[in-house]
Every structure is written in C-alpha cells, then in structure tokens.
Design a protein around this ligand. Sequence first.
Ligand code: 3H9
Length: 699
Amino acid sequence: MTIKPEDAVRYEVRDGVAVLTIDFPPVNALGAPMREGMMARLDQALADPAAEAIVVVGANDKFIAGADIREFGKPKVGPELFTIQEKMEQSPKPIVAAIDGHALGGGLEFALAAPFRVAASRAKVGLVEVNLGLLPGGGGTQRLTRLVGPEVALDMILNARHVPAPKAKELGIVDAVTDGDVTEAAIAFARQKAKEGGPWPVAIERTDKVQNVDPKIFEDIRTKNAGKWKGTVAPFQIVNCVEAATKLAPREGLAFEREAFKICNDAPSRPAQIHLFFAERQAAKVDGTEGIKPKAIRSVGIIGAGTMGGGIAMSIVNAGLSVKLLDTTQEALDAGMARVTKNYQTSVSRGSTTQEKVDAALARIETVLDYSAFSDVDMVIEAVFENLEVKHQVFRKLDKVCKPGAILASNTSALNIDRIAEAVSRPGDVIGLHFFSPANVMKLIEVVRGDLASKETIVTAMNFAKTIGKVPVLAGSCVGFIGNRILHRYGAEGDLMQLEGATPWQIDNALKDFGFPMGIYLMRDMAGLDVGWLVRKNRMKDGTIDPNAADYNPLMDRLCEKGRYGQKTGAGLYKYDGRNAAPDAEVEAMLIQISAEKGITRRAISDEEIVWRVLAAMVNEGAKIVEEGYAQRASDIDVTYAFGYGFPKYRGGPMFWAEQQGLDKVYAKIKEYEVQYPQRWKPANLLKDRAEAGKGWKD
Ligand code: 3H9
C-alpha cells in the first residue's frame, strides 16, 4: 500500500502549537513519502499564523525508527533528510521532537536537528546504524558528539546502544522526560519556549564538549578494537567521524560524515548486514500459522540447575518473567544459584548491568526440589542429561503435574523431539528449545518442531524466544537440527583436508581470516575431544563408522588414546600454555604418518581452497536442509550461523555468501569436488535447480 505524503505526516494546531504527526507504518521510518510529507508540513507550520511553535510526534506511540531500510541500494527519491534538518535548524519558531517508543538512527538524527526534545520515560534513543554496516549519516556523529562529548558518543554509536530516556536526559540528549502523555508535555514545553523567545539552541553549533579533546582516545579505541573490527568498515569510519567532530567546523564535519557514510554504503558489508536484518525478522515468522495467537508465558519451570539450566533461567528472568528452577538435590540447586550469582556479579563489575537489576532478577528465581511446584507454570524447559530414557522419565512426570496447555520444552541438541513426546499424553504441547551455550549470552534459539507439535505450540515457542530477547529459528527434527548438522558436515571436510595436507591450525587460521572468531579445531579442543571419541567408539562398534574407510581421519582418536583431550588436559589438536594454544609438531607428524598409512600424498592446500571447501560444504548442506523441509527458507540458515555459530555478520551468512559468489559458481565447484569424492559431495537439488536457472534462493 502506498501512503501519500499528506497522510504520512498529519497536521493540526492545538493550543497555538502546530502538531505534526508522523503516521508511516510499521515503524515511522524516514521513507520518501514521509520525508516529502514532513517538508510540506514544516512549511505549512512555519507559514501558519495560528501556530507559534511546532511539535513533531509519531503515531502509535512510536517516534522514528531511522531511515527506511528498504530504500538502501535503490535510486533516491524525495527530499533528503539534510534539507529537512536545515529547515528545522533555521526555524524562527521553536520545534520540539516529542519522542515515545524509539528514536533510532536517522530518527534520533532528525530529533537532534530540532532545538528541543521531550521524551516519554519509557522511550529509547540511539544511533544504531553500525548494526547495518553503516554509520549515522544524517549528521548524527557530528550533532551527538557536540552534545555529549566524544567518549559518550563513541560508546553509544559503536555499541548501537538503546539509551533509556532518563539516561538520555542525564546525558543532555533530551531536555525533559515525562511519565504522562508525551504530546501534551511537548506542547506545553513548546509554548513555554515560544513565550521565552529565541534564539533556540542548535546542537551542531555547540563547541563546549568538543574542545581540547585528547586525540589519543581515538588512537586507543582503534588499536584496542583492531582485531574485533577486522573485515568491517563502519566502526573505523565512525571513529574518524567522531574525531572529525572534535576538529572540524560544523559544515565541514557534516561533509566529512557524508563522505564516510558513502564509503560504508558502498562496502559489501552493508547489503550483507541489511540482508541479516530482514532475515532475522523473517526467521521469526512461521509459514501457515497466520492468525494463530501465541499463548501468554509468564512463568517457566526449568529442570536442571547446571550451566545450561542456569543460563536459561538468567535469560528468562532478565526479561521480567519468573522461573522455578528444579534439581534433584539442595546441593545441586545451591551450586547452580552460586554460578548464576557469580555470572551476574561479573556483569555488574563490567558495568553491563546494575546491582539493583540483578537483585530484581534473582528475586524472580525460585528454587524447587519437587515437580509438584510446576503445577501452575505456563512452560517447562528441561535441560537434563542427553539420554532418551532420562528425558522420558522427566516428561512422564511433567505430564502428570503440569496444567493443561502448558508448553513442555526440551533443550535437547541431539534427540528426536517426537521420540521425546512419546512419553506424554499431549504430544502437541511438546517442542524443542535448543539454547546455545552460554545460554544467557548467545542469541540463537533453534525452535525444534516435531511432526506432532501443534501450530499454537510452535507459535508460542517462537514468540517466547523473542520475548526473552533471543533470535528464534524454526528447525525440523533432523539429526543435528540446522546448526549442528551443518557443523558436522564442514568439520568432516576439514578432517579430510588434514589427510590431504593441511594442518588444524592452517584450517583454523584460514577461517579466522575469513572472519570467524575461532576455527573448528580450537573450538573442538575447548569443548573436549573425549566426548566425540566416546560417540565414535560406539559407532565403530555398531558399524556406522568404518575406521578403515579411505576418508576416515583417525587423528582425534589417536590424540585421545594419548590422553590429549584438548585444552583441559593441556594438549589436544594444539598444545597449551594455560589457555594459549600453539601448533604442535607432534600432531603434524601424526598427520603425516596417517596420510602415509592411507596412501595419500600430502600436498600444499591454499587458504583459498580451505575457505571454499568449508563454505561450499556449509552451503550445500544448508540447501539440503531447506530442500528437505527442515528449515523454512535459505535465509534461516544465515540467521542460524550468524547468531549461533560465529559466522561474520558482515558477510551476511553462508547462503548470502553463496549468492554473492553466484550460485552457479558454487554449484560448479561442488561438481568438481564430487568428481574427487563422490560419496561426500552430492550437490543439493535445490542448489542445482537455482544455479541452472540462473536464480538466487528466493527468486
Ligand atoms: C539509518 O537511519 C541511516 C541514517 O543514519 C542515514 C540518514 C541519511 N526501515 O523489528 P520489528 C520493519 S539506518 C524499514 O519486528 P519491533 C521490520 O522489517 C536505520 N522497515 O519490530 C518489520 O517488518 P515486517 C537505523 C523497518 O517492535 C517491522 O518494521 N535504524 C525499519 O520488534 C517491525 O519491525 C535501525 O536500524 C526501518 N528502519 O522493533 C532500526 N525498522 O513486519 C531498525 C523496522 O514486514 N529497527 N522495520 O517484518 C529496529 O531496531 C526495530 O524494528 C524497532 C522495533 C526497535 C524499531
């Protein structure tokens, strides 16, 4: 539906004040009709003798969510934000931005060009463009820095902070905060200012916070974050712009920011991160459930006070819900609560939360020893030992005590959800909620639907995950679900490359250079090699693994036989000095020996080949998962990998990466690999079809 400019910004005069109401769903973004409407309404208000002041407010308790992200990469139409801002800064009538909901990105930049800002106490403001691979390009780096000084500005912009209104008032970003109706408060404020008379403050002309700034703060921040920001463009440009605000005159600073914005806008990370923005929102939608309402979840029972159960509890109480945490002994509960409290203390000491918030969160956790305590909870999540019989015992008890309609969730990462649901009389209420460790930190939750789960259960689980601030992705109940199934496949490809000539550290370094925070083998060492060894020994016994197969790499079995279980034993695929991993000549010698036993002539493998084979394995497996219906869409694979497996966000996810390369090129590579390893490399039909048709995943 196209919205006309005159409807995107409405006009009325109340108590001698022109009230401009932005009504541009869903989030009042600065789309072309809105910008056009705003220009016209500002002119109208400036010319209106009945209006002595101007208030700009957003409809539906939302201010402005920033630039209209759908416009990026398309030809520009309508007036520019800068032109509107200039008009606001030159206005002879006082203008007040009345902020409720969010003023984000260009939304806050718009407000910063008004002389005054009044906010509802629940409102939040922030310059969050860095999440999209961008910088605030509507004067935000210049005006905010001049209002709050470079240190606060850098912290806010680089971390995309959503600053609550009371804090924004403290920082001088807003002039007044109200618990009442923000429009009324802004009208009263505007009338008062009109009475007092101008000149009105102009943020871009402030100089007090940008004088005598030590240039070292910019150098320090660049040096400190060089590793973390590797591969990205926006954070470096943000620092440059904030520094420019401390050195250049206002108009020069704005021009500098425009150039820097262009650099970010033209970089490949911008489309990648915008793809992820929409992919994340798309992932939360479940096809075929339109109109089905989620059940309300206010209280949650958690079974298992271990690291995972405790982390899950923290995520839930942090969102204001209450938790009953159950374990079999008081000692286990005490140990669990001690761990939770310690985690919170670390956050307080780092300044990422306050003691007051922590106390309130802890007060929402009740520890219990008996299942009967779950009779009134809306949902239970079990985080007990990964064994079907143990899970059955738990679910049988839940079936007896939980109220009808309670959601019964398992945090399993390995078991089939429908098999778990066999233990209850209400399998439609059973779902998988696969949290990632540490559960209080990691954003991803795979919501695992068995065939028996009702649509209401699925919708409720997805909504619950969003409520507690997570990023849900719906997965079918195949082995490994989405994330671990892909991880297993590309891990195997890495193992094969070791037989051919690569070392674990070469593979890890190539992946780190690509942008992963950590490679496959360091991760395995950290998790411990012994767990996988036990599984493989059982699978060798039952014949599902053949250790004599040409492409079986026994390196990790042999390391475990030597007691090298990874970081915890001081040696694994790497050797360790404390937590510091180093390549180990002994491991390389073992690999040379294994290749010789298998009759493989080792060769030099380039980093480019490593990255391509790992990425192609991810993409091919991802395409199979979509094709088999275990993921709803290709972009869900990207969300899974970006939010749960460290795939660099600035590359958009493996499926996006494949589209950028060209699906035909990826398909052709996989066909080459198939010639060499026909067992391992079968191109996914979905990939083949799209590549041959010259299409992307969505076309
Ligand atoms: C910028 O401002 C650059 C400037 O510096 C340059 C100026 C020159 N545009 O998230 P939700 C859609 S860059 C278009 O589920 P919530 C979203 O796709 C921008 N669409 O709601 C979804 O659509 P659908 C900087 C947008 O209540 C629907 O709105 N600003 C935009 O959970 C609901 O979204 C940002 O990065 C947009 N800007 O959260 C802020 N934003 O229903 C981005 C949302 O079809 N937005 N949509 O799936 C947000 O952070 C959240 O949407 C917000 C609301 C917190 C506002």
